[in-house]
Design a protein around this ligand. Structure first.
Ligand code: PLP
Length: 401
């Protein structure tokens, strides 16, 4: 952050990744200097590292309200946790062609894997539609449940538009379904949520949410990149994706990314202490940004007006390309992102905005601002000061109507 301030840069892409908290870096550095052992080794170096890893696991267990520390399995992040949940449940299933229900707005870490397995003929899949605000309906989910349904995977909060899904209600509904299936010969339905974007801001207690599986990634809450975890409820058995040594209770082979696990646990401790204050601040700044941006003509806020994570504001700007806005802001040192990617002249509209009913032309004008605990009022003021001018200038030059 110091480096950013010196360069007067403004970072508003926290949904892509967050700056690492200096206290996390300190904890990781201390661990790397003082705990060189492999946590699987029997000697004292190994045991010391193991103790630290188990302390980290306990910190996370406590934060998410899991029963047992062994329900937390360390992974390389959100993508791996999503793969583990989906492949693990499906491969374990005894059904010839299991059925998966997911949503049309999942992150590619979920969507691509389900689509691939469906295309290869291994599974049946249903993709729940969303309304204009990006919400699924529980009634739609109820209609999709079939005798061969083994997995429901619904993201907690969307990474492009910020809309929050009714995870607790879905979890309770699936529990009811499973009760009614106990006597029938139907398989149990497992419920997975990708909580990568929700973790910093929303209720994350796994009992409250009634989830079987939950994916989390540390770099979205000021922890290190390339580490995360999956919550696997006791009694949920997955086929292993990583096969090898017996690490992580035999559920994920490979020497643990020890220093990153220590960093992630430190980020969780900080979150526990500071979450309330940071959430309030981020939400106020996000609302200020929304109010200011909506004063510009031809701007619409995407996502749900109320059920959204506090950190994210994504807009569509009429008659201009989001990428042009992104580049103009970048030239002023302001980092944002767009859901629509332009590669060699072809603009691919965001699958999320398309699912919400935005036309490809509307989607082209998408910009996502995502804030975090280091965002300041001055930074938001600066954005609001320069944005109308950028939009006006680009509209004058734009061939779009
Ligand atoms: N799921 C969601 C909702 C995300 O936003 C992301 C990252 O942007 C991921 C999964 C992937 O997480 P990771 O980068 O840790 O693999």
């Amino acid at each position: 952050m110091k480096q950013e301030k010196e360069k007067k840069q403004i970072y508003l892409d926290y949904s892509a990744t967050t700056p690492t908290d200096p206290r996390v870096i300190e904890a990781m550095t201390d661990f790397m200097k003082n705990y060189p052992g492999n946590p699987s080794s029997i000697h004292s170096f190994g045991r010391d590292a193991r103790n630290k890893i188990e302390d980290a696991r306990e910190t996370i267990r406590d934060f998410i309200g899991a029963d047992e520390a062994s329900e937390i399995i360390f992974t390389s992040g959100g993508t791996e946790s999503d793969s583990m949940a989906i492949l693990g449940v499906l491969e374990k299933s005894k059904i010839a062609k299991p059925h998966v229900i997911t949503t049309s707005i999942e992150h590619k870490a979920v969507l691509s894997i389900v689509q691939k397995l469906e295309k290869e003929g291994f599974i049946e899949a249903s993709y729940l539609k969303v309304d204009r605000d990006g919400k699924i309906s529980i009634e739609d989910l109820q209609k999709e449940i079939k005798h061969n349904t083994v997995l429901v995977s619904v993201m907690y909060a969307n990474n492009e538009i910020g809309t929050v899904q009714p995870i607790r209600e879905i979890g309770k509904y699936i529990e009811k379904i499973n009760k009614s299936r106990e006597k029938a010969a139907f398989p149990r339905v497992y419920f997975h949520t990708d909580a990568v974007q929700a973790f910093s801001y929303l209720k994350i207690n796994v009992k409250y949410l009634h989830v079987d599986l939950m994916s989390v990634s540390a770099h979205k809450f000021c922890g290190p990149k390339g580490v995360g975890f999956i919550y696997i409820k006791e009694g949920v058995y997955l086929e292993n994706v990583f096969i090898g040594g017996g690490q992580e209770f035999g559920k994920r082979a490979g020497t643990e990314n020890t220093q990153s696990i220590i960093g992630m646990a430190e980020a969780v401790k900080i979150l526990k202490k500071e979450q309330e204050k940071d959430t309030k601040k981020v939400k106020e700044l996000r609302d200020k940004l929304i109010q200011g941006a909506l004063k510009i003509e031809g701007v619409k806020l995407t996502g749900h007006p109320k059920d959204r994570i506090p950190s994210l504001a994504s807009f569509v700007f009429a008659n201009i390309e989001g990428e042009s806005i992104l580049i103009s802001l970048d030239l002023l040192g302001i980092a944002v992102s767009t859901g629509s990617a332009c590669t060699s002249g072809t603009l691919t509209p965001s699958h999320v905005l398309t699912a919400c009913g935005y036309t490809p032309v509307e989607s082209q004008g998408n910009i996502r601002f995502s804030l975090g605990k280091y965002t300041t009022k001055e930074e938001i003021n600066k954005v609001l000061e320069v944005l109308p001018g950028i939009v006006g200038r680009l509209r004058e030059m734009s061939p779009l109507e």
